[in-house]
Design a protein around this ligand. Sequence first.
Ligand code: NDP
Length: 246
Amino acid sequence: KQQLNGKVALVTGGSRGIGAGIARRLAREGATVAVTYQSSADAAATVVKEIEAEGGTAYAVRADSADRDAVRGVVDEVARRSGRLDILVNNAGVVGFGPIGELTDEVYDQTVGVNLHAVFHASQAALRHLGEGGRIITIGSVNADRMPFAGGSLYALTKAGVAGFTRGLAREVGPRGITVNTVQPGPVDTDMNPADGPMSGALLPALAVGRYGTADEVAAAVAYLAGPEAAYVTGATLDIDGGFLA
Ligand code: NDP
């Protein structure tokens, strides 16, 4: 049974990695899916084609998450184009790692802009469209709660920020039948954090299951939170992390 039939979902940063996995999964559940991207137009078009090949409905819109007006604009554009908006998945993210003394203003502004400010602005804009049963799901990180090596202060700042934002907003919109949750992945094999990349040596020993996760494993949690069975889950943080925080 397709639990999201008739729903419209917006996934930011849906051209690659975890966001692409989420887009494909929500489409498989029956939702019409809009994905945003910043530079990967071809990859975004491929995700749309893959969804359409499976019989789903999707489209891609370029919208820079670091640009407040673009974030607000794409939320309104999707609601207008698809006639409604039911699910916002704040997924777009950048790493911004480095020793604090070496983090430039540009890296600071980009990381906070994409990972934190865009989550606020997209959620604020989405709440003008979401009705009963609406969902806001933000992809945080286990690094909000545990940062096992140096150089992650800025990234942790943004990911802890969205977890706090989620709890605060859940209180506010609960009476409207809208839930707000954070999914915190552990290491997931993507361009950002390849399973054979430079961070894997430090991360693998921290995992109870001894392997990286997949985008599809994160997408499964998002599909659950997006669906009707999760109506009583709000303000929550779901760790999909292979035991990283255990
Ligand atoms: P990737 O780098 O593989 O993909 C990032 C996605 O975000 C791309 O679709 C990219 O679009 C988009 N994006 C980046 N910057 C912008 C921007 N300014 N405007 C619009 N879109 C943008 O990352 P992941 O899939 O690994 O990460 C997805 C989320 O999961 C992030 O929030 C990340 O912090 C989080 N996460 C990832 C973990 C991991 O181990 N991989 C662990 C914990 C959390 P484009 O293709 O156009 O660049």
